[in-house]
Design a protein around this ligand. Structure first.
Ligand SMILES: Cc1cc2nc3c(=O)[nH]c(=O)nc-3n(C[C@H](O)[C@H](O)[C@H](O)COP(=O)(O)OP(=O)(O)OC[C@H]3O[C@@H](n4cnc5c(N)ncnc54)[C@H](O)[C@@H]3O)c2cc1C
Length: 324
């Protein structure tokens, strides 16, 4: 039987493993952390490109994923949500909609009176909003239902060790920020993101605001009785422990936009490392022993947004290698 091993159990690894298993391949997933402990678990998660390297393939990957998410909108973990993105901008800034709105239909500029305090420009849009804890469970179940083997916990110090541990003719590397050490690929830089999960005081629309600096992010993503509050974008910071002062600052910044969040009831803190790279690495290479390694990592702040498009392409490269 044709066999492939996927390294990584985040949104990229699971989506890729599903594409392969549903194509009739015997798939194993090896991962240092299970889905619930990955960066993918910390995502908000809104469909829309953000903090991703410039790459002509990004719009197509995003579009493929958008179509897949639309097909899932009957499920509890994904819905098309309306909301607002706002920019503080500088005095000289031209009011251009931020990258997050690229590919979203019906983006409309807000009247000055509707722009929240602290911001100069704002736009309304609708986009799929995904609840990651439920979505990762769904992906995991779908992978197992398609015949995938139970996830094996394994932390590999190198690609050679991963290839040896996998023992399959094709290995797909979906290690996210772990690729920095695993490949090793110094081009992969973490952008640390901390979020607060709070009881939802009745927020129905999402909000994403960028301050004077692009890393100065304020956002809130409502998921039923919970709301995910963010956030940070700390370049080169590998710390995965939540920082209490940062959490306080996040709540205060969100409450400045949405006063109902003052004194928010905190349910959980999460931290993830966005795997930024100048360009997503999605390509095949041949290891010394003849094993094909398909790389699928470096999705930055857009891993959920690009997941299905990249998974399809990575699975296609793996199938080509098996057929050779
Ligand atoms: C706060 C925050 C908010 C975000 N919001 C959004 C959003 O709204 N929309 C969006 O599209 N994206 C968002 N993102 C980005 C998105 O979460 C990431 O791009 C995505 O999760 C990356 O997925 P991944 O599967 O590549 O990596 P991960 O989820 O990090 O998974 C990597 C997997 O590889 C495994 N691994 C790594 N190294 C090794 C090794 N050496 N050996 C074995 N296994 C290994 C890990 O254990 C893990 O299982 C957000 C990120 C953060 C942090």
């Amino acid at each position: 039987m044709r066999q492939v091993t996927v390294i990584g159990a985040g949104v990229i690894g699971l989506s890729t493993a599903i594409c392969l298993a549903e194509a009739g391949i015997r798939v194993a997933v090896h991962a240092a952390e299970p889905p619930g402990q990955t960066t993918s678990m910390a995502a908000g998660a809104l469909w829309g490109p953000h903090l991703v390297g410039s790459d002509a393939r990004v719009p197509r990957w995003a579009e493929v994923t958008l179509a897949r998410l639309h097909n899932l909108t009957g499920q509890s973990f994904v819905r098309v949500c309306s909301g607002m993105t706002a920019m503080a901008g500088g005095e000289d800034d031209v009011p251009e909609p931020p990258e997050l709105t690229a590919g979203s239909p019906g983006v409309t500029a807000c009247e000055p009176a509707d722009v929240p305090p602290g911001y100069r420009f704002a736009w309304r849009l609708s986009a799929p909003l995904i609840s990651m804890p439920e979505y990762l469970s769904y992906l995991h179940d779908r992978y197992l239902q398609a015949g995938g083997q139970p996830i094996l916990r394994a932390s590999y110090p190198s690609l050679a060790a991963a290839v040896a541990g996998a023992g399959t003719p094709v290995v797909v590397n979906c290690s996210g920020s772990g690729a920095h050490r695993l490949v090793p690929d110094p081009e992969v830089i973490p952008y640390r993101g901390q979020v607060v999960v709070a009881r939802n005081p009745g927020i129905a629309r999402f909000f994403v605001g960028t301050g004077a600096a692009a890393a100065d992010l304020v956002y809130m993503f409502p998921h039923g009785d919970r709301v995910v509050l963010g956030g940070t974008e700390q370049e080169g910071d590998w710390n995965t422990e939540p920082d209490p002062d940062t959490a306080e600052r996040i709540i205060a910044a969100c409450a400045a936009v949405e006063p109902a969040l003052t004194g928010a009831h905190v349910l959980a803190h999460r931290v993830g490392l966005r795997p930024f790279r100048s360009k997503v690495r999605l390509e095949a290479e041949t290891a010394g022993n003849g094993t094909t390694i398909v790389h699928n990592y470096g999705h930055g702040g857009s891993g959920v947004t690009l997941s299905w498009g990249c998974a399809q392409d990575a699975a296609g490269l793996a199938l080509e290698a098996l057929d050779r």
